[in-house]
Ligand binder design. Structure first.
Ligand code: HEM
Length: 439
């Protein structure tokens, strides 16, 4: 039997669909009301059969806890904090990444959308529906929430926003009066050798990265943000990802990428706060303090060519063994990398911090397979996501070197590219995504 949620009397004005400001009020209402998606379908009607332990986890999830229970998808990641979630947060299994173009020149309208999005993100990451939900609005209006996450737990959903260079200046125009606030670290990425970038999969005024342990939860989140933004923003491109290719929890088994190699062995871990301060978080006193810079690259992997390459050659190209993931010349995965033993143009030798004056980035990428390309080849690869304190001392010099020397280039090609300034986390009920930028 379905449990009746605790929903206050319908406010028709708030529920009425509008292209403009209804979403914020509606989303706020949903967040305050504290109705979880689970509550909407009841304890017995959900997709998950949960026991007493898991029920404890759900209670923690609604309150924003991260208590670990048998089924990790019932936990939630706190939305507020000094940094946005989704950067050093333990990497979830699935990704839906989207970039938007802002359609309006009206600063107030953009700010209103950011407020609406913040309220919706706050609700969805805690397992609550947007606004009045999917089934409790007035019959005459489209529901506030699209509904496909009804009954699904929070699944550790994180939503991370970033602002691209074109938000600050586009076609020589300072649309929102923020050009002077563009951080110098938000550098335009230079062209790299062998880039083959598709403009339809590159750039964007705003990005949102949704990561969750359930693909439907991630897709639901992006879909609802796009819906709230209708008329103010338009989706420019988006990318689904699966099978995280990078770990920020070194105690867990390192995941493998589509070339079959462990990926993320040497990364910045979620508990390494001093390394995060050194390499991930922007400092200073401006609006980006506590934020980070994201570089996203869609990297096509030529799977069929790789699959016809001998095992020895594959290991030489990467610089690690395929089975254990140990550096060539070493025994265990986490053994120190004997750089001089590795092939000079191997990926690991070239990208290792000791070969790059200590340059270190936080990798958080996902595999993708977008069907095939019409020529019988998989349209597959790595959706590379890297966070850093300053791309001019992170991705840019690293990629300049890799693009010209890496043996891996025979098997990969960069086909999409974007860079974003991801502001610090939301702090308190009055705060919203990008408040410091628009203050
Ligand atoms: C499809 C493209 C790529 C593949 C298949 C790939 C694969 C790998 C693999 C298997 C490792 C070894 C495991 C590990 O330490 O995590 C690794 C390490 C690494 N990769 Fe990549 N990678 C790709 C692209 C990139 C790009 C574009 C960059 C940066 C510009 C990058 C930077 C790094 C770094 C910094 C390391 C760690 C090196 C170390 O500290 O030893 N990778 N990659």
């Amino acid at each position: 039997m379905t449990e009746k949620p605790d929903v206050p009397e319908q406010d028709e004005a708030a529920a009425a669909p509008s292209d403009d400001d209804s979403g914020a009020a509606v989303a706020e209402t949903g967040a305050r009301r504290g109705v979880s998606r689970r509550a909407l379908i009841g304890w017995t009607g959900g997709a998950l059969a949960v026991g007493a332990g898991a029920a404890g986890g759900v209670a923690a999830a609604v309150g924003g806890g991260t208590e670990t229970v048998a089924n990790s998808t019932v936990t939630s990641v706190p939305f507020e904090g000094p940094h946005q979630a989704g950067i050093v947060t333990p990497v979830q299994d699935r990704l839906h990444f989207v970039t938007f173009d802002v359609l309006t020149d009206d600063r107030a309208k953009l700010v209103r959308l950011l407020q609406q999005w913040t309220a919706a993100a706050r609700a969805m990451t805690q397992g609550q529906p947007v606004g009045k939900g999917a089934v409790d609005g007035i019959p005459e209006a489209p529901p506030d929430d699209t509904g496909e996450a009804l009954g699904l737990p929070p699944a550790n959903l994180t939503l991370t926003i970033g602002f691209g260079p074109t938000l600050f200046v586009k076609d020589n125009k300072d649309r929102f009066g923020i050009a002077a606030k563009r951080p110098v670290a938000l550098a335009d990425l230079p062209p790299f050798p062998a880039d083959n970038l598709d403009p339809n999969r590159s750039g964007g005024d705003i990005c949102v990265q949704a990561c969750a342990d359930d693909p439907q939860v991630a897709v639901h989140a992006i879909r609802n943000l796009a819906r709230i933004g209708f008329g103010t923003v338009a989706v420019r491109w988006s990318q689904l990802g699966f099978g995280k290719t990078s770990s920020t929890t070194p105690d867990a088994q390192t995941p493998r990428n589509l070339f079959g190699f462990k990926d993320g062995t040497r990364n910045i871990a979620s508990d390494e706060t001093s390394r995060q301060d050194e390499f991930v978080w922007a400092d200073g006193s401006d609006w980006m303090a506590g934020g980070s810079y994201l570089v996203a690259r869609r990297i096509r992997m030529h799977i069929e060519t790789w699959d016809r390459t001998g095992l020895g050659e594959q290991e030489t190209v990467i610089g690690r063994t395929k089975g254990e993931g140990a550096p060539m010349g070493a025994v265990k995965e986490h053994d120190p990398v004997p750089l001089k033993v590795l092939d000079e143009r191997s990926h690991v030798r070239l990208s290792h911090p000791d070969s790059n004056d200590g340059i270190t980035i936080l990798r958080r990428g996902y595999s993708f397979v977008d069907g095939s390309d019409g020529l019988g080849r998989l349209d597959a690869g790595l959706f590379f996501l890297a966070y850093q304190r300053d791309p001019r001392r992170g991705f840019i010099p690293l990629q300049q070197k890799l693009a010209s020397q890496d043996r891996l280039n025979e098997y990969i090609q960069h086909v999409g590219s974007a860079i974003f300034a991801c502001p610090p986390g939301v702090r308190g009920a009055d705060d919203y995504w990008g408040k410091g930028l628009f203050a």
